[in-house]
Ligand binder design. Structure first.
Ligand SMILES: Cc1cc2nc3c(=O)[nH]c(=O)nc-3n(C[C@H](O)[C@H](O)[C@H](O)COP(=O)(O)OP(=O)(O)OC[C@H]3O[C@@H](n4cnc5c(N)ncnc54)[C@H](O)[C@@H]3O)c2cc1C
Length: 487
């Protein structure tokens, strides 16, 4: 786990979180009978109440302060998860599913104590169907673990949030990343989920062992659990859609005189139906930070990183059409990379963006926004947001999956500076509300967690929120599944 860049210490944001927490029901202590029952269910070596272990499980990569659970359990199969859930249900004890804790919204914090279900010991790849392009994984399997397993099969799973997250955690947060413009998000790439409900019942969102490419069979229970952030059940298996590795992959970088020109070019590439695989935007502040951090010498201007996938011929056609659009928008400094080594080098700057942003202000901490708007509104929101950053005297290099209308301001701030904390909070709320006013969402990929619950209410509306709460109450009548998150 990349602990060295943990995002912590926003006094203003912490204040908001702690004010909300008092609304939660009082914490239920775990007595020795309950610990005995947990040990009987999964083996005493798979239950811990040690402070260090609990603290390690009470935080993720977000700025939220650690909230340790009362105990951590490591089940090894779905039957154990089910039995452990039953014990918690019977005793009204909160359950917090735990993947690899790379989440950015405080999802694994134990707001009311309870039992953290660390699922990392359930790490089998239980079915790979190369002919059908699907695979079924347990919750301890990470993105890179699956990548290694698929090596040599000619297949890959393209949803890539950057971090080596667990695939079931990625389903729980509806993750996506740089490849989403072509391959979409977890929502479109999960075929079936095995879920243990709050009372211990085991269910399959598409029916047991089903792995079809399409269906019209009833409500979409799979998508109900994608993005549920551990508040409706524990995902114990995910069946995922795989893709053939493309014959050709070519990457490119090009710079533009203005933000507007770079984003206009993005929109035009998509409007022309060019099936681009990745299109990432970095503003001038971000490029400068990347140059300094990765010892590169890219032009310090608004920049697009692009990648094309397909056959040799189709990639050539895509490149030709894209080059024309770049020229029309006054883009320049095109650099192409065809072989794996030069492609990796080219993407190095993009992948190090987070660390590069932090290096701009050593000793400072960081928080990433993740609003997403309709493509037509993207130029306007980025330009306005850059102005807002300047007016608010804040450092927040912009990097974005602009092909999806989704971008991040990587806010850096001094944890000791309360005034800066307040300005960051006001800026991020303003940005989210700006996105909502443009018919967008407050979170394109990181989830709601602790900090965006008010924004979710504004986004979904009163009736929509009521329906969400009714669904939550139906599946989790005792409100023990990851309480204090999302709804
Ligand atoms: C450097 C970096 C870059 C990132 N970039 C991106 C990005 O580009 N796109 C993106 O989408 N995300 C990004 N993230 C965020 C993060 O990787 C995702 O949110 C990821 O999906 C979290 O997975 P996890 O296994 O770490 O989940 P955790 O952090 O362990 O948990 C996240 C939430 O999911 C719940 N959960 C976890 N596992 C389960 C389960 N099996 N069943 C039910 N609920 C579960 C938890 O209770 C919690 O609420 C980034 C993170 C880092 C550190």
């Amino acid at each position: 786990m990349a602990l060295h860049w943990r995002l912590r210490g926003f006094p203003a944001l912490k204040y908001i979180t702690s004010r909300r927490n008092h609304r939660l029901q009082p914490k239920r202590e775990l007595n020795s009978n309950i610990i005995d029952a947990l040990q009987a269910a999964t083996g005493s070596e798979n239950v811990s109440t040690a402070t260090a272990v609990r603290e390690q499980h009470g935080k993720d990569e977000s700025y939220h302060e650690c909230k340790p659970p009362d105990a951590v359990v490591w089940p090894q199969n779905v039957e154990q998860v089910s039995r452990l859930a039953q014990i918690c249900f019977e005793n009204n004890i909160p359950v917090i599913p735990f993947g690899t804790s790379t989440g950015l919204e405080g999802g694994v914090l134990a707001m009311r104590g309870g039992v953290c279900f660390d699922l990392t010991k359930m790490d089998k790849i239980v079915g790979l169907n190369t002919v059908d392009f699907d695979v079924t994984v347990e919750p301890g399997v990470t993105r890179k673990g699956l990548d290694n397993h698929l090596r040599g099969s000619g297949l890959w799973f393209p949803v890539d949030p950057g971090a080596d997250a667990s695939l079931c955690g990625m389903a729980a947060t509806s993750a996506s990343g740089t490849n989403a413009v072509l391959y979409r998000t977890m929502r479109e790439n999960v075929i079936n989920l095995e879920v243990v409900l709050a009372d211990g019942r085991i269910m399959y969102t598409s029916g047991e062992k089903r792995r079809f490419r399409k269906t019209s069979a009833g409500y979409n229970l799979t998508n109900l659990f994608i993005g549920s952030e551990g508040t409706l059940g524990i995902i114990t298996k995910a069946t995922l859609r795989l893709y053939g590795i493309p014959e050709a992959m070519v990457s490119a970088v090009c710079s533009f005189p203005t933000v507007q020109a770079a984003v206009d070019c993005t929109v035009q590439i998509l409007q022309c139906g060019i099936p681009i695989a990745r299109i990432e935007f970095l503003d001038d502040v971000m490029m400068d930070a990347c140059n300094k951090y990765s010892n590169l010498n890219y032009t310090v201007l608004s920049t697009l990183f692009l990648e094309f996938h397909g056959t040799e011929k189709s990639v050539e056609e895509q490149i030709e059409a894209t080059e024309e659009l770049v020229k029309v928008n006054n883009g320049s400094d095109f650099a192409w990379a065809k072989d794996q080594e030069s492609r990796n080098k080219l993407w190095q700057a993009r992948h190090s963006a987070w660390y590069a942003a932090q290096a701009l202000r050593p000793g400072c901490e960081a928080y990433s926004t993740d609003v997403c708007v309709p493509l037509s509104r993207l130029p306007e929101i980025i330009v306005t947001t850059k102005e807002d950053l300047v007016n608010s005297k804040l450092t927040g290099p912009i990097v974005g999956h602009v092909g999806d209308g989704n971008f991040h301001c990587l806010m850096t701030m001094n944890p000791e500076d309360k005034d800066e904390g307040r300005r960051v909070k006001e800026f991020t709320d303003r940005l989210a509300r700006r996105a909502l006013a443009m018919h967008g969402t407050c979170t394109g990929e990181h989830g709601v967690g602790l900090g965006k619950r008010q924004l979710l209410t504004e986004e979904i509306g009163a009736v929509g929120m009521q329906v969400m709460r009714e669904i939550k109450a139906a599946l989790d009548p005792k409100n023990i599944m990851n309480p204090g998150k999302v709804v």
